[in-house]
Design a protein around this ligand. Structure first.
Ligand code: ITT
Length: 207
């Protein structure tokens, strides 16, 4: 069976990735599960650059027995708030420090939008997925979901900034959606489904 090594250390992301790609007949392992323990310096200036940096780092670190046999994929994602000129953007994980709880980060962002009207609270989640195919060919896709920053933290599902990211059609935050609802409309869902098409093309060409 074909295998994808996912260059992520974020368990919540890994869970969503498994759910979104579950009908793909590929085994999916995180880098840790594949025995790859490396520190990756995310020093790109865009989501796309950072996702490719992660994928290339893991591709280079593949053990001999996996080289030329597996796909390496990476996700770089985050929240961009219009009123804050796109913050926290590519610094979403590092915003206020990696170890600060999301209750604190989320409340801080709500406070920074104090008094701001609904029409100026626009925000989007962005997800860049990069993939390096077994032969070294590189592919990148991006997905976004539009929403707005709510006035309160709500919901227990999802992770990160989900409890403050509201979607008009649903009238609730992405943390109040089921995993299925979120994955059907999310930045990650869209990007991974686009990448699945790319993989299918590659498999037809090479196999
Ligand atoms: P890896 O680099 O190991 O994959 P990370 O958490 O450091 O894990 P990123 O640099 O891509 O990943 O940062 C993504 C951050 O953006 C994540 O930690 C959340 O704070 C936020 N984020 C991304 N997708 C999200 C989602 O679906 N729901 C809520 N917050 C999200």
């Amino acid at each position: 069976m074909r295998k994808i090594i996912f260059a992520t250390g974020n368990k919540n992301k890994a869970k969503e990735i498994h759910e979104i790609l579950k009908d793909l007949d590929f085994e999916i392992q995180t880098m840790k599960e594949a025995g790859i323990n490396i520190d990756i310096v995310e020093d790109g200036t865009t989501f796309a650059e950072n996702s490719m940096i992660k994928a290339r780092s893991v591709f280079k670190a593949l053990p001999k027995e996996l080289k030329g046999k597996v796909y390496v994929m990476a996700d770089d994602s985050g929240l961009a708030i219009d009123y804050l000129n796109g913050e926290p953007g590519i610094y979403s994980a590092r915003y206020m420090g990696e170890d600060t709880s999301y209750d604190i980060k989320n409340q801080n962002l709500i406070n920074r939008l104090d008094g701001v009207k609904k029409e100026d609270r626009g925000a989007r989640f962005v997800c860049a997925i990069s993939c390096i195919c077994p032969n070294g060919e590189e592919k990148s896709v991006e997905g976004t979901i539009e929403g707005y920053i709510g006035w309160e933290i709500a919901g227990e599902n999802g992770f990160g900034y989900d409890p403050i990211f509201y979607v008009d059609e649903y009238g609730c935050s992405t943390a109040q959606m089921t995993a299925e609802q979120k994955n059907a409309i999310s930045h990650r869902g869209k990007a991974l489904r686009a990448m699945r098409e790319e993989l299918m093309k590659y498999e037809n060409i090479s196999g």
